[in-house]
Every structure is written in structure tokens, then in C-alpha cells.
Design a protein around this ligand. Structure first.
Ligand code: MG
Length: 389
């Protein structure tokens, strides 16, 4: 079997975008002169890759970052490395792509592009073997996948309370809110961030996990003090307090707090996660399979994590991560972005793919009979997209 075609599709959203008070700390929100610190992190397009074989199999993958650049990387660099290769030689093809791009790759956009290809190759393998990808990785390790609800974007305490209560009533056993106040708002902002956590904890009681997202928005001094003042709220974790490269400072924070620290949403490959483990920097790894290097890297990182007592709770839900969660004892649960209007961009996958698992009573199920990743591209309701091939 040979790869006969590699096609990329850039889905650009041109439909309505909900503008709400989605203010939260980001890496640029601690800089002066930032009118909209969320802007660099919103995205309204999505990159899909289809890999076709001479035997008629089509594998579908997607990239988790900078879709327009990933399209260029696949079209101009990766495609030529893949054509006429056997798509089942996945380990070899990962190394071929990684090593051929290493001078300018290693992390970021190149790895997101490689991830999209790798996911598509595993999808082909699933179709050839007539097995879902999780059965090829490690099989079923749990009856169903528990999820936590990931949204709570608002800074309005009444709305925050209503949203938290609603999702508790829907059966979610965990939920994540964002730090609504950046470092530049100083001590007063920190108190408001803590107030948001307090309100959610008071709303849902002690039997629901609460997670707090910092989206790389703080520095060491702020993070240290914030963790100290969050101690009473029994948080499941605090996420990405610092820039991804501050591995040494994560390790110092971890030394001084009883709150589990999570990160890795912006880390790449087994090499990046090995560095995190060596530094004893985090309690929870949150790679996204469509950024980190695809299933090929994800399964290796799960092994590294398990050896070192680190949990794996991937970023962003979606089928490519759910197969990893289902097949690994390192992973106790998945993130769940609910189906909503388009607001920050990470909701778009609901509008592009058919076959995404929908949570019921806070849990998801994967179909043992559905081969591959289990996704197809929607064929109707595409009026809100420009699709660039
Ligand atoms: Mg995150």
C-alpha cells in the first residue's frame, strides 16, 4: 500500500462570532499597551489533512495551532516526504518528518503540522485493521471516559455561579474556570481571581473538582502568592501559570504548594516532556495530540508520565485525545468543550466534523465498532465557511 495523495483544507469561519466578556490572563496580558490581550490566541480557522492510499483508504487528521501556517508546512514540506510511502510505517514516517524539519521545527507549528499527518496515518491504520485507534494503542482501559466541563469564561460572578450550577446539574464532576484578571491588575486583580474561585467552590460544594486556568499569564512571584492564597479551595489543579519554557520555575512552584500543577498544552514531543519529568516540574501533563506529535508521540509521553507518577489529561477533548485517554492508565479523564456558538475558536470542531463524542451525565463513550479515529467531514451546513484547498 502506498500514499497516493495528501490534501489540506483550511476551514475559515465567516459566520457570526459571539462577543462576550471572555477576558482572562494570557502571555501578553502582563505587558503594557495591550488593548486586547486575548487577540493573539483566538483563531477562526482550522486545518484538516486527508491522506489517501492507492487502495482507496482515506485518513483524516487535524492540526491544533496556526492552521494557515500548518497548511503551508504540509503542502510545501511534508507532502513530498509522504507520497509513495507505505502509510502503515508510522514510526518511520514520524521520524522522517521530524528529522527532515528539525532545523526549523522541533516545536510549535511544524509539530502541529506533523501531528495532523500522524493522526491521519493512524486513521488509515484503523481503517485497514478495522479497529478504532484506541484498540491499536492499548485497548480499552475504562468503561467510559469521565470529562470535566471547560468554559466558565465570564468574570461576572452571578453568571459564573449560574453556569457552574447548570453544569453541575448536567452531571459534570469537574469544571474549569479562567483567571479573569491579569497580572497588571496587581493585588486587587489577584483578590478578584481568588473571589471567582471562591464563588464557584461555594456554588458546587466539595464533591466537584474545580480547576483554574492561568494560560501562561503570570510570572513566578505572582504565581507563588496566588497558589498560597488558593490553598483553602481544594483545587484539582492550577494550569499553565507560567510560560512553557519556565520549567525551572514550575519546579520551584511545585516544591512550595500542595495544589497540583498542570501544563504541557504548549509543549512538544517526548523530548519536551522528558525535560519536564527530569525537572519534576508538573503533576499533570496536558499535551494535545494534534500539537504534540500525534498518537505516535502521545503514547510515548503517556508511558513517561506513568513511570513518573504524572497524570495525563489532554488539552481540548476531541476524538484524537479521547482515544489516548481511553487507552492509557495514565489518563483519568478528558477535557470537554461544550457545543456552543463560536466565541474564541476552539468550538469550531463541532461545526467541521461528524462523529465527535458528546458527553452525557459528564461521561463520554467511544464506539468499539467504529474503525480509525471515528470522524468524517461534514458535508452539509458549510455556508459559514470559506474552505481553501
Ligand atoms: Mg489550558
Amino acid at each position: 500500500m502506498k500514499i497516493s495523495a495528501v490534501r489540506t483544507k483550511l476551514y475559515q469561519w465567516k459566520g457570526p462570532v459571539k462577543t462576550a466578556d471572555t477576558i482572562f490572563a494570557t502571555p501578553v496580558s502582563l505587558l503594557p499597551f495591550q488593548a486586547d490581550a486575548q487577540a493573539p490566541y483566538r483563531f477562526f480557522s482550522w486545518l484538516v489533512v486527508e491522506i489517501e492510499t492507492d487502495e482507496g483508504h482515506i485518513g483524516l487528521g487535524n492540526a491544533g495551532l496556526c492552521p494557515d501556517i500548518c497548511k503551508q508546512i504540509i503542502d510545501t514540506k511534508l507532502k513530498q516526504l509522504l507520497l509513495n510511502e507505505n502509510p502503515l510505517n508510522i514510526e518511520y514516517l514520524f521520524e522522517k518528518m521530524f528529522r527532515s524539519t528539525v532545523a526549523y521545527g522541533r516545536k510549535g507549528a511544524v509539530l502541529a503540522a506533523i501531528s495532523a499527518v500522524d493522526i491521519a496515518l493512524w486513521d488509515i491504520r484503523g481503517h485497514v485493521m478495522q479497529q478504532p485507534v484506541f484498540m491499536l494503542l492499548g485497548g480499552r482501559t475504562k468503561e467510559h471516559i469521565e470529562t470535566y466541563y471547560s468554559r466558565l469564561y465570564t468574570r461576572d460572578l452571578d453568571k459564573l455561579q449560574q453556569e457552574a450550577a447548570f453544569y453541575q446539574s448536567e452531571g459534570f464532576k469537574g469544571m474549569k474556570l479562567r483567571c479573569g484578571y491579569p497580572l497588571t491588575e496587581g493585588r486587587a486583580g489577584m483578590k478578584k481571581n481568588i473571589e471567582m474561585v471562591r464563588v464557584v467552590r461555594e456554588t458546587v460544594g466539595d464533591d466537584v473538582d474545580i480547576m483554574l486556568e492561568a494560560y501562561m499569564g503570570f510570572n513566578f512571584a505572582y504565581a507563588k502568592q496566588l497558589l498560597k492564597e488558593l490553598e483553602p479551595y481544594n483545587l484539582r489543579w492550577v494550569e499553565e501559570l507560567l510560560l512553557p519554557d519556565e520549567i525551572h520555575n514550575f519546579a520551584r512552584l511545585k516544591e512550595g504548594t500542595s495544589i497540583p500543577l498542570s501544563g504541557g498544552e504548549h509543549e512538544y514531543t517526548r523530548y519536551g516532556f522528558y525535560d519536564l519529568v527530569q525537572a519534576n516540574a508538573l503533576d499533570i501533563f496536558q499535551f494535545d495530540t494534534n500539537r504534540v506529535g500525534g498518537f505516535t508521540e502521545a503514547q510515548k509521553i503517556c508511558t513517561i508520565a506513568q513511570l513518573n507518577g504524572v497524570e495525563v489529561i489532554p488539552h481540548g477533548g476531541q476524538m484524537h485525545n479521547l482515544h489516548v485517554v481511553m487507552s492509557s492508565f495514565a489518563s483519568p479523564m478528558a477535557e470537554y468543550f461544550p457545543q456552543t456558538e463560536i466565541e474564541v475558536g476552539n468550538e469550531m470542531f463541532w461545526y467541521i466534523f461528524d462523529g465527535e463524542a458528546i458527553a452525557e451525565n459528564g461521561n463520554l463513550q467511544l464506539d468499539d465498532q467504529k474503525p480509525g479515529v471515528g470522524l468524517t467531514l461534514k458535508t452539509g451546513d458549510l455556508n459559514h465557511f470559506n474552505i481553501i484547498e
